[in-house]
Design a protein around this ligand. Sequence first.
Ligand code: ATP
Length: 504
Amino acid sequence: MATVTREKFDNIIEIKNVTKVFDGITAVDNVNLAVRRGEFVTLLGPSGCGKTTLLRMIAGFEMPTSGTILLEKQDVTTVPPHLRPINTVFQKYALFPHLNVFKNIAFGLKLKKIPTGEVDKKGRPVYRKFTKDEIAEKVERVLKLVNLEAYGYRDITGLSGGQQQRVAIARAIVCEPKVLLLDEPLGALDLKMRKEMQSELAAMHRNIGITFIYVTHDQEEALTMSDKVVVMTDGAVQQYGTPKKIYDEPANAFVADFIGESNILSGIMKEDFLVEFCGVQFKCLDKGFARDEKVDLVVRPEDIAISAKKGALGGEVVSTVFKGTYYEMEIVAGDYQFTVQNTTEYGVGSKVWLTIEPDGIHIMKKLKTVNSFVGEVLSENTVEICGGEFEFENTDGFERGDEVRVLVPFDKVELTDDEDDGVIGANVTQTLYKGSYYQVQVYTDDDQDFLVDTVDEWDIGDRVGIKINPKDLTVTRKAKTDNAETDNASQLDNMPEGEEESDE
Ligand code: ATP
């Protein structure tokens, strides 16, 4: 067994049940997260998922609505930013244009007061400023770290975007913070410069050994640079783990879709290690599901073997594109369309067989299996959910004012182009192709979400109406203990997965 030092596994930051609500909008929703000292942790997710808000709360620029933030076990939830040993690098460099590189970096050092270790007559600690030589030495050291050794006396305005961002990083690390926060620091750079800076940043992290918390919406950037990735959506953490774990074993369909190319399908767990999809049973490595439990599953395009010889699943190639080192083919097999990557090309129209090894199939629990809301009966045949009055078949004799639970299967929700044709209006926030249909997530104006299985393609941001046939609402009496608004999967335990991998 590896010997593990306490230092290595020491959590420098702990985020406990942190929620941030802005004017009724929940930007960060009950996040729990522990970051270990010296790690490079990336917050990854689509625009608006709450990454920046979470980072700003760690920095102290925002205060959580509820929850606590601990830094080295001390509660810093309400401590102002300048009193936290944390520094932030933003996408916009915010350098002083009238100062040269050296002076930009030295600026914070000149202001810094350092304890001498002595006390005055009244017992108060005595502080001093850094000397000129100390400042010069520190600035030279960080200039070297960011590969700008010869640039100290250059004007800021004459530097490229990448060089300016390096100065911003140097300025942030020169005061030796315990944690460096980086908010999309490469966002303003062109692709080539981004790539260069990605490897430089990873090297810098290794060299200076301080904890980095990095925000990006670019999954490749997250997977290549980080020790751990936090995948977020809708203010909540969907998965926290090593890049490998997140890629190979996504916790749910959202993570699988967001991280790289994937085939996401619905399947049924027949028994431990056996899953059925596309009408065929496949061996897999997953167990612990109920018999016949509906699951999501992901198969990466590179994990599907394709051959003219008989295999598990027959299909036909409908498109093929050369991607530099391999061919990417779309293959229709039964009701599903698979994306397959292979170094051998099979032309459009080819009849082929697909085979998937057990370790190429990853089973995920369905986040939700049915839309579920708490509602109130408004009349003999109408019930209020999500701010709308929906008709239902009142076979149980519910009365006006009764609190009820209302279930609606995903494929029984109808989305309408014209919002006015629906009972309530909503915005499309996510769409996921599941091989033979789309699973669309819509947010109602009442801040609730519906999942909708549909063959129609919708775009994120589309405004839609929601209609439900009265016979498709299942209305039951709300149990006394039933307090949850929906049956959304509760937040995962956000201690990172795959910890054993970091113990190397
Ligand atoms: P992006 O990548 O686009 O910056 P993000 O994942 O960093 O997105 P946040 O900036 O944290 O997301 O925003 C999360 C949600 O909170 C969004 O709906 C945003 O509009 C809202 N929000 C953030 N800051 C504020 C604010 N100061 N006032 C009101 N709403 C805010």
